[in-house]
Write a protein that binds this ligand. Structure first.
Ligand SMILES: [Zn+2]
Length: 245
């Protein structure tokens, strides 16, 4: 092999090494890019609605009580949020009655003991005497404190542009009658002690109607797929809030 031949051989090897380094750098960057979505750094207080003597709304056909369903969804949501890096507290983890003031006080004490960027999400299911009624909505207490969170969890911007089709939040829930996404009611203000007495952005999520015939059927499935879907919709709305604040 001549000197120039040797050089060419080494040049080829060097080029291959360089290419390998470059490729691994690109791959590494791409990998890092895929993980660039910041892990959830916020703190979330989940408040499963009702409990104890207070069953909340019921679906007699499927023997469902709102207090159990809200705790079920809250447990699933807690796992999802923790996996994403959020710190999660819960106002109740058992079937116990709490007043609205107690719920707000518990949330405030979490924040006092472990300061940070908090939200409070009170999880509910709606009820109606009409078995066909079904829509999703969120309720806020104080406009300045709560309204943006209410819209984030609902799945829309407070101001235009409005988001269509929905990409996050409760609006992404499938309609149980198979017609796209669930019906909606625009977030509205509601003077609940949970919302008014808490020091952090706080909302009530009226996720679905437990009294709806088809919701009842799906909520009673052993797979708990509907509860999981509700938890995932809430997660995307909560994380949207943290990502934009
Ligand atoms: Zn309720």
């Amino acid at each position: 092999m001549t000197y120039s031949g040797l050089f060419r051989a080494w040049a080829t090897v060097l080029a291959a090494i360089l290419a390998a380094i470059l490729l691994s750098t690109v791959a590494f960057t791409t990998g890092a890019g895929a993980q660039e979505q910041p892990p959830c750094s916020g703190k979330v207080v989940l408040d499963p609605g009702h409990g104890g003597d207070d069953s909340g709304a019921v679906n007699k056909t499927y023997d469902l009580q709102e207090k159990d369903q809200t705790l079920n969804v809250a447990n699933k949501l807690r796992d999802l949020l923790v996996a994403d890096g959020c710190t999660v507290y819960m106002t109740r983890i058992t079937d116990e009655p709490l007043t609205n003031t107690q719920r707000a006080n518990i949330a405030n004490s979490f924040q006092a003991n472990d300061p940070g960027d908090y939200v409070l999400v009170s999880i509910h299911m709606n009820g109606s005497t009409s078995p066909s009624a079904d829509y999703t909505t969120t309720l806020f207490g104080k406009w300045r404190k709560d309204k943006e969170l209410a819209y984030a969890v609902f799945g829309d911007n407070v101001n235009p542009p409005k988001i269509n089709p929905p990409t996050y939040g409760l609006r992404t829930l499938s309609a149980v009658d198979g017609t796209g996404t669930i019906s909606t009611r625009t977030p509205y203000s509601f003077a609940s002690g949970v919302l008014l007495k808490s020091n952090m952005p706080a909302i009530i999520a009226e996720t679905v109607f437990i009294t709806n015939v088809e919701e009842g059927r799906r909520l009673s499935e052993v797979t708990e797929a509907r509860q999981q879907e509700i938890a995932e919709a809430l997660r995307s709305g909560i994380e949207r809030h943290f990502a934009t604040h």
